[in-house]
Design a binder for this molecule. Structure first.
Ligand SMILES: [Zn+2]
Length: 424
């Protein structure tokens, strides 16, 4: 019985190397010993059993077939690459002493100048749990264990295994016998031989706030995406394998709506924000109906991008308003048109009787449609007619001499009414 101590440091250090020679019958041999110098080739097999994910069960299953069903003295291979992983390695069971003759490849083809059908004396058998004759390949963990195991045998054990010289001494079962075992060996062998522990390429992720702009391994592309992300008011981050490597914060654009009176009094800031759409919308509202007279400026980062002037103070366009001499006399919320007209008619009668003074003017104002006026002075009526007809010209005149024009309450009222007329 041969009892040769052999192990693979990388696999043993990972806790994935099991010396199983004493666990099953025939682990130290049942067909006799051989000199290690007899070993000329490593033969790779597949077990054609279903991987269980449990190393012990995988080996039990093979033992049951070889020992139980076929009646052999033990498991026919030297090593089994199981389907259970530990620390990245498939757990390797040494099921047969390497100095023992086993039962895995008879060399039916009589190759390598070796006697026909005497393969088991010269070959070392490694079998991968699974079946690979339908195109599948061993798992990454299995490839890793195969790589280190075979490397140990052909590269490091020179003294003890003088006739295993290189990877060219590693062959598939089908190379020496009439079998499909272990599947596509031409494809499988380079995967085992060239297995490397090269770390995967780092993954770069570019995010802008909660939006992912890029994820991939192309560092140049990642950097480009990072550099081109310039949306104001956001923070852009680059991570490499989950760790942040750089970040930048792009300052937000500041929008302001500023207001100043025509008199040139100190301006005030009506609104600030960072959203252009909101800024423009707010500017429209601020300068629209009901806006206080003055100059409105829309600023973007302290630069003026829009400017509007409102010249005429708003008329109280609250449903039905009745004005007397330019002064709001009464507004009744919810008042019907009929009720407003009655009040207007009563005021008008009083004005005609002279109860509101020599130059009384009574107006009925509706935001929607009705504007009526009565003045018992021709001067008033002419003024209103004038401004109604030449509204745009008037705006320019006011612009040129605002304070003087607007200080005249008659002109202001006339403008208010003409503005309403124009709207119609
Ligand atoms: Zn085989």
């Amino acid at each position: 019985m041969s009892n040769i101590t052999f192990y693979v440091p990388e696999i043993k250090n990972a806790g994935a190397y099991v010396d199983d020679r004493g666990h099953y019958a025939g682990g130290y041999g049942w067909r006799g010993d051989r000199s290690l110098s007899n070993i000329r080739k490593i033969i790779v097999h597949h077990t054609v059993t279903n991987p269980t994910g449990n190393a012990r069960k995988d080996v039990d299953y093979v033992y049951q077939i070889h020992h139980g069903s076929r009646g052999w003295g033990g498991i026919g291979y030297h090593f089994l690459i199981t389907s259970e992983e530990k620390n990245g390695f498939a757990i390797v069971h040494e099921v047969g002493d390497i100095g023992s003759i086993r039962a895995h490849a008879i060399n039916a083809k009589g190759l390598f100048g070796l006697p026909k059908d005497a393969g088991n004396v010269y070959f070392l058998g490694i079998s991968i749990v699974g079946r690979f004759d339908q195109g599948a390949m061993p798992t990454k963990a299995q490839l890793r264990s195969l790589h280190y195991l075979i490397k140990e045998l052909v590269e490091k054990e020179d003294a003890r295994l003088p006739n295993l010289k290189s990877w060219s001494d590693v062959i598939g079962h089908k190379d020496v016998d009439y079998t499909a075992c272990p599947g596509d060996w031409t494809k499988m062998k380079p995967l085992i031989q060239n297995f490397t522990e090269k770390a995967p390429d780092p993954v770069y992720v570019i995010t802008q706030e909660s939006t992912q702009l890029y994820k991939g391994t192309d560092q140049a592309k990642a950097t480009d995406v990072y550099n081109k992300a310039t949306t104001p008011g956001t923070t852009v981050k680059m991570t490499k394998d989950g760790k942040e490597v750089k970040s930048k914060t792009i300052p937000a654009i500041k929008y302001e709506i500023r207001f100043e009176e025509h008199s040139g009094n100190t301006g005030t800031i009506l609104w600030t924000g960072t959203n252009e759409t909101n800024a423009k919308k707010t500017f429209e509202t601020a300068t629209g109906d009901g806006a206080k007279a003055g100059i409105y400026r829309l600023m973007k980062d302290d630069k003026e991008i829009d400017k509007r002037e409102v010249f005429i103070e708003p008329v109280n366009v609250v449903q039905y308003a009745v004005e007397l001499n330019g002064e709001l006399k009464s507004v009744t919320a919810g008042e019907t048109e009929e009720q407003a007209k009655t009040r207007y008619a009563n005021l008008k009668k009083d004005a005609q009787k002279g109860l509101h003074g020599e130059n009384a003017l009574v107006t009925l104002i509706s935001a929607n449609q009705t504007v009526d006026k009565y003045g018992n002075s021709k001067q008033w009526m002419d003024l209103i007619d004038y401004y109604s007809k030449s509204y745009d010209d008037t705006i320019q005149k006011i612009e040129a001499n605002y304070d003087e024009v607007m200080s005249n309450p008659l002109v202001r009222l006339a403008l208010s009414i003409s503005k309403l007329l124009k709207k119609k």
